[in-house]
Design a protein around this ligand. Structure first.
Ligand SMILES: [Zn+2]
Ligand SMILES: [Zn+2]
Length: 266
């Protein structure tokens, strides 16, 4: 619904000469919306499998069906920084096979503002990249007043009107792909990772997705030697035949910068 293929396709086309075809007429908002009018019925993998099933029902002849899903929230480790996670499911519905690709980034404008002063609101909006990044306006009690705000006159007018009627409203960044340039950049990165993942073949069965990922934390600090939160080990695992390989991470081999050490830089 939000034209994600526009940011994925150039990368797939450059790599393989193929492109995704959007499946029109499927209302994926029934699987939940970012702005919360429709609650999400399941976690990200469940939602992605439902999206794939909706498209595969419509196109039983399709060899491959692809769906993606973004989620935003506080970083589970760092806490105060917002984390954007974008997941892609590349499914071969008739073969019952799946390739999962994840991209995590702190480069997101996921943010909200409840300032009661227009000057402060204006500064926040500039910081999150408005008007290229669109905004959502809510009443203090959460009711959505406007979505997809994309010009200053409209924003200031609606904000002042809502302020006068109900007290300071809440502004949020609109995280839908076609309204958020940082999300578009994350989708490009997700497509690059998909290409990389497709070429990383399991040494036992040849299924793609055999990519080393951070496993156990504890790589040592270069200055004090204490274990850090950065991965000591990378591990690749095949979803198809469960073959696995582990190797020492670059952080383990080269040591971690003391700036990222909780003991040296608490
Ligand atoms: Zn395998
Ligand atoms: Zn240290």
């Amino acid at each position: 619904m939000h034209r994600k293929e526009e940011w994925l396709n150039p990368i797939f086309y450059a790599a393989w000469g193929c492109a995704l075809k959007p499946v029109p007429g499927i209302d994926t908002d029934i699987l939940g919306t970012f702005s919360g009018e429709v609650p999400r019925p399941g976690d990200v993998p469940t939602t992605l499998r439902r999206k794939v099933a909706l498209a595969a029902d419509r196109h039983p002849e399709a060899e491959v069906v692809v769906a993606t899903e973004g989620s935003f929230g506080p970083d589970p480790v760092l806490g105060w920084i917002p984390l954007h996670e974008e997941v892609l499911l590349w499914a071969w519905p008739r073969a019952g096979a799946e390739l999962w690709v994840t991209h995590r980034s702190h480069d997101t404008n996921f943010s909200a503002c409840s300032e009661s002063d227009w000057g402060a609101v204006r500064q926040w909006a500039e910081r999150v990249g408005f008007p290229a990044a669109h905004l959502i306006l809510r009443r203090g009690d959460g009711v959505v007043l406007a979505k997809g705000l994309r010009n200053w006159t409209e924003l200031e007018g609606l904000w002042r009107e809502a302020s006068a009627a109900h007290g300071a409203p809440l502004l949020e960044t609109d995280m839908r792909a076609d309204r958020n340039p940082r999300r578009q950049e994350a989708l490009r990165e997700l497509a690059r990772k998909t290409v990389e993942s497709m070429h990383a073949l399991c040494p036992s069965c040849g299924f793609p997705g055999f990519v080393p990922r951070p496993a156990s934390p504890g790589a040592p600090c270069r200055a004090c030697g204490a274990p850090t939160r950065l991965p000591a080990e990378l591990r690749a695992e095949c979803r198809q035949c469960h073959a696995a390989q582990s190797l020492a991470s670059p952080h383990q081999l080269q040591g971690v910068d003391p700036g990222q050490c909780d003991r040296c830089n608490p």
